[in-house]
Every structure is written in structure tokens, then in C-alpha cells.
Design a protein around this ligand. Structure first.
Ligand SMILES: Nc1ncnc2c1ncn2[C@@H]1O[C@H](COP(=O)(O)OP(=O)(O)O)[C@@H](O)[C@H]1O
Ligand SMILES: Cc1cn([C@H]2C[C@H](O)[C@@H](COP(=O)(O)OP(=O)(O)O)O2)c(=O)[nH]c1=O
Length: 295
């Protein structure tokens, strides 16, 4: 059901490839920010925005975007308190490597829109900066784990950590990382903002302090400005008539990507996506290709 329902948008995404198989990729958007920033809430609004644009999007998360990843997630978040920072970094990297290889790359190769709740920037901010393992070392580890897969766009939900902590404790019991000091969470926030300075073409900072509606208004502005022009060329107006989807028709987080997904080659990454190229045009700024490394 899902594969057929998504075919129209996928076909349009892939039909722009002009026979160049290296360009046959979807769109990869990641959501970053401290604990309780509202990522999980906003990602659902973004998914609805894509639905309305006639594009099926696929929501996933880290850690835990796969069955094995869920076991790793349990270990990392509720395992022994004495897990040392290097072990923690390697567990996140293992989760990411498997997630990319078995879910994200196949989905992108099939021309899908992938919305990921956390990705490499989380490791850089939490393990690299806050755990003080070294930003460049952790970045190198994640690049190795993902074979240099970089998001096309990252929405960074920025929020003072004490506000995030209040939201979080109101909704669930704090896990091992959420129990870290405010100083730790300040370092996370600081590194995220530093990453946004370092990669201004990829990372957009969203003020996450307002109500969910206010935050989404800002996100929608970014989608309209930076993503819509690309989709406008890829998704013709018939899309609205052709795709009527409910959330239940989309894969849930942790679902494997469709079996028919095309295999991924490193050439595809080097070429980057057609959508990314269009996003670059819409930004009017220099877009660093994957070969340069967005991260
Ligand atoms: N803008 C907001 N203002 C107030 N509360 C929010 C906002 N966004 C989300 N929440 C609530 O805060 C808690 C954490 O939100 P969530 O979306 O799970 O954040 P994250 O995924 O970044 O940890 C949830 O209870 C959610 O309902
Ligand atoms: C992906 C990733 C997450 N984390 C941390 C951040 C979160 O505290 C936790 C993920 O828990 P989760 O409940 O998914 O976080 P939230 O809903 O607050 O975004 O793992 C890292 O430290 N490094 C990573 O690479």
C-alpha cells in the first residue's frame, strides 16, 4: 500500500534524473536540537506539509531507527551509568551505520523524502563537545560510519536547556543523558550553534521557544522558501489529486525501507541529489556537494 501510494511523488523525484542514475535520490532532512526542543512534535507537522505537497515522507529517528537500533537505544539510554564516553560514541555510530545502510540509503535511492529525528550533528554536539571527545574526531567517526552521507537540510531547534528539561520531565522520566548537568546541555547547545555557523547553507536555526504552532510557522517558512521551489519543479500540481494519504499508510519509525528500493552507490552521493541542486539554487548561495562533505 505504502509503496504504491508513494510512487507518484517518487516517480516525479526520479523522473527529473534525465536518465542519469547518479542523480536518483530523494531528499534527506534532519531535525536537531537539545532534549525537549520539540523535534518529535515538529517532525509530524513537517510530514503533514509533505503530504499536502503530494510527497510521501518517511519519519525515522536516531538512536533506534531499526530493530537493532532500538536495542542499542535501550542500552545507551538505560544501560549502566558507567558507560564511558568512547563506548557511548561507538554505540551511536553503530546505530547510525546500520540505520543508514539498511533504511536511509535505500529510501533515498528509491527517491523518497526521509525525515530523521537526529543524525550526525547530535553525535558532534553530545559526544564531541559535551562529552569532550573532540568534535573533529567524532565527526570523522560518523562520516566513516555513514560513508559520508550528509543531509540536504537540517532544522536546528534552538532552546535554552532549562526550558527543554522542564518540557521533558513533564512528559517522561529522564534518561541517562537527560540527567546530565545543565552545563553539559549548555555545551550541547553551544556546539549546535557553532555547527550552524560552520554550515550555514545546510543548517537553519529555528527559535524553539514559542508555542508548537509558532515554531511550525517558522519551519513552514523555511520549507516554503527553500524546499517548495525544488518540489515545485519536481511535483506538478496533479500531485494533490493523485496522492491522498493518511498517516497510517506511511511507514512508522523503525520500519524497514521498501524492499524494492534501488541499491545505493557511492557515485550517487558524489553527484548529490537533484533536489539538493535545486535547493542550492533557491538559496542563491554556494552549496557544498557531498564530495566536499557538508559535515
Ligand atoms: N513548542 C512547545 N512548547 C511547549 N511544549 C512543547 C513544545 N513542543 C513540544 N512540547 C512538549 O514538550 C515535550 C517534548 O517535546 P518533543 O517534541 O518530544 O521534543 P524532543 O523530541 O525534541 O525531545 C512533549 O511533551 C511535547 O508535547
Ligand atoms: C543520535 C544521538 C543522540 N544522542 C542523545 C541525545 C538524547 O539525549 C538521546 C536521544 O533520546 P531521545 O529520547 O530520542 O531524545 P529527544 O527526544 O530528547 O531528542 O540520545 C547522543 O548523545 N548522540 C547521538 O548521536
Amino acid at each position: 500500500m505504502y509503496a504504491n501510494a508513494g510512487a507518484s511523488c517518487k516517480d516525479r523525484l526520479m523522473s527529473t534524473s534525465s536518465g542519469d542514475s547518479r542523480r536518483r535520490r530523494g531528499l534527506f532532512i534532519t531535525f536537531e536540537g537539545g532534549d525537549g526542543a520539540g523535534k518529535t512534535t515538529q517532525i509530524e507537522h513537517v510530514k503533514e506539509w509533505f503530504d499536502q505537497a503530494g510527497c510521501v515522507s518517511f519519519v525515522t529517528r536516531e538512536p533506534g531507527g531499526t530493530d537493532m537500533g532500538n536495542q542499542l537505544r535501550q542500552l545507551i539510554q538505560h544501560g549502566p551509568e558507567d558507560v564511558d564516553p568512547r563506548t557511548e560514541a561507538l554505540l551511536y555510530a553503530a546505530d547510525r551505520a546500520y540505520h543508514v545502510a539498511t533504511v536511509i540509503r535505500p529510501a533515498l535511492a528509491a527517491g523518497q523524502v526521509v525525515l530523521a529525528d537526529r543524525f550526525i550533528d547530535s553525535s558532534v554536539a553530545y559526544q564531541g563537545a559535551a562529552r569532550e571527545l573532540g568534535v573533529d574526531e567524532v565527526l570523522a567517526l560518523s562520516k566513516w560510519a555513514t560513508e559520508d552521507l550528509s543531509p540536504d537540510l537540517t532544522l536546528l531547534l534552538d532552546l535554552p536547556p532549562e526550558v527543554g528539561a522542564r518540557r521533558g520531565t513533564a512528559s517522561h522520566t529522564a534518561d541517562r543523558i537527560e540527567r546530565e548537568s545543565m552545563d553539559f546541555h549548555e555545551r550541547v547547545r553551544h556546539e549546535y550553534l557553532h555547527l550552524a555557523d560552520r554550515y550555514p547553507d545546510r543548517i537553519v536555526v529555528i527559535d524553539a521557544v514559542g508555542t508548537p504552532e509558532e515554531v511550525f510557522r517558522e519551519i513552514r517558512g523555511v520549507l516554503e522558501e527553500r524546499v517548495r521551489p525544488a518540489l515545485g519543479l519536481l511535483v506538478n500540481h496533479e500531485a494533490h489529486d493523485q496522492v491522498e494519504l493518511s498517516a497510517t499508510e506511511s511507514p512508522q519509525p523503525n520500519s524497514p525501507a521498501p524492499e524494492h528500493a534501488a541499491s545505493q552507490t557511492s557515485d550517487e552521493d558524489q553527484a548529490g541529489t537533484m533536489v539538493a541542486a535545486l535547493l542550492k539554487e533557491s538559496q542563491g548561495t554556494l552549496w557544498e556537494g557531498d564530495s566536499e562533505g557538508l559535515l
